[in-house]
Structure formats: structure tokens, C-alpha cells
Design a protein around this ligand. Structure first.
Ligand SMILES: CC(C)(COP(=O)(O)OP(=O)(O)OC[C@H]1O[C@@H](n2cnc3c(N)ncnc32)[C@H](O)[C@@H]1OP(=O)(O)O)[C@@H](O)C(=O)NCCC(=O)NCCS
Length: 292
């Protein structure tokens, strides 16, 4: 994705619209589409309906009511360059909007696979009898990782992330058995076996799974998401190498357009070193926190 022309943004829209469909029910609410996951698993987003006018504040309000009714988080995602007017509408409707750098891979710039210190990169195998334990560990790493954002001094962290700021393998193991039911593992196994999803981990022989990341594909477009490293294992190149491995595997399966959204500019810099380039802005909206 060297150039972010309108064709690329069209393909991204198609991707975001197509990805959840095999796993979700679709509800159209005004100019929005709400994807409701069937079965257990992380909930999907609502987003602008393809080809429809910019969603209105009334559309957002109606969708939020429906999300609440279904017990879903009131989240909305869209690409700013494709639906530029929605930012102001969302803010006026009382949503907080995270502007996340959207990056696309320049395949020529993809870094080579390099060994990472103290760990090896492994792609999870849906047929592996150890899959449940691997997925549980991977989910725990992601939960602890996302609770402790990168590049923040402890003073800037929330109380919650302070608690886990040094989290390592023992916190991962304490969390791992809580998070995944057999039904959820069955669903994830089916997604991995279908070939459009791939989860890779950085694993140490002594300490187990320390970092994780997943690619998700629809046709010839794919996104890399859920990249996280345990706070105790950061700065060793695990996230960079996981991202590079997932990207290379996608290219070898014929994927032409690989993108991801980074939480902030510091995280985006890491991906730039792997071979990604900023192409736009992904908007992620949720209800503004009510001041105490
Ligand atoms: C963002 C995150 C995944 C990075 O994980 P990580 O494994 O520490 O990442 P890396 O080690 O590959 O890269 C971190 C830094 O170390 C540098 N680095 C890479 N390899 C290295 C090595 N072998 N030795 C030392 N430093 C290295 C990288 O260049 C990068 O530098 P930068 O901070 O100047 O950009 C991690 O901080 C995290 O889990 N954050 C919370 C979740 C999140 O934001 N995920 C991203 C969602 S898009």
C-alpha cells in the first residue's frame, strides 16, 4: 500500500464490511451497520453503511440504544478519509473519538525475519491439542499488554495499568485460566482452521508465551491486530518480529493490501520500522466518560 488512493480506501471499506459477516448477524440502523457476533467472542463494531450518506447524530443514538439493548459496547469504527464528516457528528453526539494512525505495508520495505532474543516465533496450529492453553495464554498476554500502554511513564498510567505495569509470566498464568471457555476456543479454532485468521506468538522455552498478534483476512486485504507484549518482555523486538512474520505469511498467501491501526504515534513508529507507512486515520468512538 505505497499510495493511499481512493481505490485503497474503497478496498478497506469492503474489507471492514466483509470481515465480520461470516461470524455475525447484520442490523442496519439508518446509515450505520451493526455487526452482532453470533456465539461467544469479542464483540464487533458498528460502522457506516457502504454507499450511504454520513450517519446522523440520530443514527448514532438509535444504534447506541440497540447496542445497550443487546448488551454490546457502544463502539463505532470508521476511516476518517472515507467518512470525514462523521467525526464532528460523533463528537456532537457525545462520543469520544480516538484518532488512530492507519498504516499500510510497503512490501518492498518489509524487514527480513530476524531471530529475537530469548524467544521463537510460532504460528498457532488449530489442530494442536495444546491450542486451548496457547489461546488462553495469548488472550491473557493481550489483556495485560493492552492494560499497560507502551511509552508511558508510570505517572501517566491509570491506576489499573500501574498495577500491571510490570506484569510478566506469573500474572499471565494467573489470568489465563479465567478467560476462555471451551465454546470460545471452539469458535477460535474454527476461525484459525478457516485460513483467514492467523495468530502468532513469541514464546520463550522457560517463560512461555510473551507476545501475541493476529492477522485477519477478507479476500486480498488483511489487517494485523491485537499485537501485544507482556510488560516484562518489552523492547526485545517481539512485537516487531511478530508483525513482520504475520505480514510475510499474508504476502505468501497472495494478500495484496496489509494494514493496521496503531494506538498512537509512538506505536505507529514501531510499525514504520517494520515497513508500514501512514496512510490515514482510523476513528474509534465510544461514549465520553462522565466526569465524576
Ligand atoms: C506496542 C507493543 C506491542 C510493543 O511491543 P514490544 O515487543 O515492546 O515491541 P518491540 O520490542 O518490537 O519494539 C519496541 C521498541 O524496541 C525497539 N526494538 C526492537 N527490537 C529490539 C531489540 N532487539 N532490542 C532492543 N530494542 C528493540 C523497537 O525499534 C521499538 O523502538 P521504538 O520504541 O523507538 O519504536 C507493546 O508496548 C504493547 O503491548 N503495548 C500495548 C498494546 C498496544 O498498544 N499494541 C499495539 C496495538 S496497534
Amino acid at each position: 500500500m505505497a499510495r493511499a488512493d481512493s481505490d485503497h480506501f474503497d478496498r478497506l471499506e469492503q474489507f471492514y464490511d466483509a470481515l465480520p459477516r461470516p461470524w455475525a448477524r447484520v442490523e442496519e440502523i439508518g446509515s450505520l451497520v451493526l455487526f452482532v457476533r453470533e456465539g461467544e467472542g469479542w464483540p464487533y463494531y458498528a460502522r457506516p453503511r457502504r454507499g450511504a450518506p454520513t450517519p446522523s447524530a440520530a443514527d448514532l443514538t438509535a444504534c447506541r440504544a440497540r447496542q445497550r439493548e443487546l448488551g454490546l459496547p457502544e463502539t463505532f469504527e470508521w476511516v476518517h478519509e472515507t467518512t470525514p464528516d462523521l467525526l464532528a457528528v460523533a463528537r456532537s453526539a457525545g462520543l469520544d473519538v480516538l484518532l488512530a494512525p492507519l498504516l499500510g505495508l510497503d512490501p518492498q520495505a518489509l524487514v527480513p525475519d530476524l531471530p529475537v532474543p530469548g524467544a521463537a516465533i510460532r504460528v498457532l496450529d488449530p489442530a494442536d491439542p495444546g491450542l486451548h492453553a496457547d489461546l488462553a495464554a495469548s488472550r491473557a498476554v493481550a489483556r495485560l499488554g493492552f492494560a499497560a500502554p507502551a511509552h508511558r511513564s508510570p505517572v501517566e498510567m491509570t491506576e489499573k495499568s500501574l498495577v500491571v505495569s510490570g506484569a510478566g509470566p506469573s500474572e499471565r498464568d494467573a489470568a489465563a485460566d479465567l478467560v476462555l471457555s471451551d465454546e470460545a476456543v471452539g469458535g477460535l479454532r474454527a476461525m484459525l482452521a478457516g485460513g483467514d485468521y492467523e495468530t502468532a506468538v513469541a514464546e520463550s522455552p522457560e517463560e512461555g508465551i510473551l507476545a501475541t498478534g493476529t492477522s485477519q483476512r477478507a479476500g486480498d486485504v488483511a489487517e494485523i491486530a491485537g499485537v501485544a507484549t507482556l510488560p516484562s518482555a518489552r523492547g526485545r523486538g517481539y512485537a516487531s518480529q511478530l508483525t513482520a512474520t504475520l505480514a510475510r505469511n499474508l504476502i505468501s498467501r497472495g494478500v495484496e493490501l496489509i494494514f493496521l491501526s496503531a494506538g498512537d504515534d509512538d506505536v505507529a513508529r514501531l510499525y514504520t520500522k517494520v515497513g508500514f507507512r501512514r496512510v490515514g486515520t482510523a476513528c474509534i468512538a465510544e461514549p465520553a466518560a462522565v466526569p465524576l
